[in-house]
Design a protein around this ligand. Structure first.
Ligand code: GDP
Ligand code: MG
Length: 433
């Protein structure tokens, strides 16, 4: 009843849930901000529409305003779309082959050298290959960079890129090179002859990675070229360069949205060490802008989490941890990362407690728990054999799975009890729940 009252009260005060009306201003601001960051306008439209659909109807938590909560959802979704974690290069052949492609001036040659220097630091033997034969200066540029980082550059006959690539591979095998990086020719615009040549090289080489280098400053145009390259070649990822300038990196969202391929590195200076692995969560804030709003949102979120932790703690104190709390707990844990990592940090938690099944099969667990009656969820003790059978049937699970969920619940309850006796530590560690 109390919950009901609170909800009613909230909706009277106009907060309650996110609606199209109460986030109008935030939607407008986010749109503007993304456009300012050079995200392609079509991508902005689609992205906002998706996020809005997801956000509508969500409860407004704690002391968030609907606008603030929407912006938080936008950021979370942005991180999700960008890929959540860094995707490393996948280099399995021996020698491993990386082909750099992209428009002229995007930073292919520079990035090839930056990558080579990175690998060398890791103790790998690297060979750079100059397959951009149309501009003699491009070959010299690579030779010079190679000299600077003390890595050999294969130039071959300086004329026929297909031949150069084949000979370079022979050379790499002979010298037991670990990684070969091919610098290729780019034009100012996408053109068929260039694509045909790249396709031929890629077909012959079968590279482990085909990385398209994109200049972050090229803004709206980047979408079209990324799309064209991705359709012609089996790109494995992108490097977005020149993020040291004013560019906020909207290009990253655009190309990810349009091609679905990950950005693997970003270029952050002209210098050889100006290359970093790409981490979506670090860049999401920059693309979204709104720095002040975001840090305010983080502060409010901390309070929301604390309130939740406090409520849960009260429940343990009264030993009133039911299956609904269990489910909520699993959801929270899923958000925070592995429970294994958390348990490691908590002294006195028995190591044999295994909650991984609940954690892994959250959907399944949700289905099983939703097939229970309210009375069963509140008081799991009453779940006897025939009830279990009914629950299994209702959720499309089998009996073993139902038993597993109940066992997980029992274990978590026991764990909570154990932790409850170490209350102060608990509230610190489980701040995020
Ligand atoms: P390519 O034509 O694709 O091979 O491009 P280049 O490697 O020759 O690079 C073109 C220009 O962009 C050069 O002046 C580079 O120094 C510069 N450049 C490349 N990457 C970066 C970067 O991450 N930051 C900055 N500021 N400049 C870069
Ligand atoms: Mg070049």
């Amino acid at each position: 009843l109390q919950e009901k009252l609170i909800k009613t009260f909230k909706s009277i005060s106009g907060k309650g849930r996110i609606s199209e009306k109460n986030i109008k201003e935030a939607v407008r601001q986010v749109k503007l901000s993304l456009l300012e960051a050079d995200v392609n306008f079509k991508v902005v439209k689609e992205f906002i529409k998706d996020v809005q659909e997801k956000a509508l109807g969500e409860d407004v938590l704690g002391s968030f305003t609907p606008d603030q909560q929407f912006i938080k959802i936008v950021r979370d979704e942005l991180i999700k779309v960008l890929g959540e974690k860094n995707i490393p290069l996948s280099l399995s052949s021996k020698p491993a082959k990386i082909m750099m492609v992209g428009l002229q001036g995007s930073g292919k040659t520079t990035t090839a050298a930056k990558l080579a220097a990175r690998f060398k630091k890791e103790g790998k033997k690297v060979l750079l290959v100059a397959a951009d034969v149309y501009r003699p200066a491009a070959i010299d540029q690579l030779i010079q960079l190679g000299r600077q980082i003390d890595i050999p550059v294969f130039v071959g006959d300086r004329k026929n890129p297909i031949k150069i690539v084949a000979e370079a591979m022979d050379d790499a095998v002979k010298n037991v090179v670990d990684i070969v990086i091919f610098d290729t020719a780019g034009r100012l615009h996408v053109d068929e002859r260039m694509m045909d040549e790249l396709k031929e090289i890629a077909g012959q080489l079968e590279p482990d990675e085909i990385l398209m280098v994109v200049d972050a400053m090229t803004g709206q145009d980047a979408v079209n070229s990324a799309k064209a390259f991705n359709e012609a070649l089996e790109l494995t990822g992108f490097v977005v360069t020149k993020l040291d300038g004013d560019a906020r990196g909207g290009v990253i969202l655009s190309i990810r949205h349009v091609t679905g391929k990950p950005v693997k590195f970003i270029g952050i200076s002209e210098k050889i060490d100006g290359l970093e692995p790409f981490f979506p969560d670090r860049v999401a804030g920059r693309i979204l802008g709104m720095g002040d709003v975001l840090s305010l949102i983080d502060k409010i979120q901390q309070n929301v989490d604390m309130e939740k932790a406090k409520k849960l703690e009260e429940k343990f104190a009264k030993n009133k941890f039911d299956l609904e709390d269990f489910l909520e707990q699993l959801r929270q844990i899923k958000k925070m990362g592995s429970i294994g990592d958390l348990m490691e940090m908590i002294p006195g938690v028995p190591k044999e407690v295994d909650l991984s099944s609940g954690e892994k099969n959250l959907k399944r667990t949700e289905a099983i728990i939703s097939s229970m009656t309210k009375a069963e969820r509140r008081n799991p003790k009453i779940i006897n054999y025939s009830r279990k059978l009914r629950i299994a049937k209702g959720s499309g699970a089998n009996l073993t799975e139902v038993n597993k969920v109940l066992k997980s619940y029992d274990q978590m309850k026991a764990m909570m009890k154990a932790m409850n006796s170490k209350k102060s530590k608990f509230s610190k560690l489980f701040k995020g729940l």
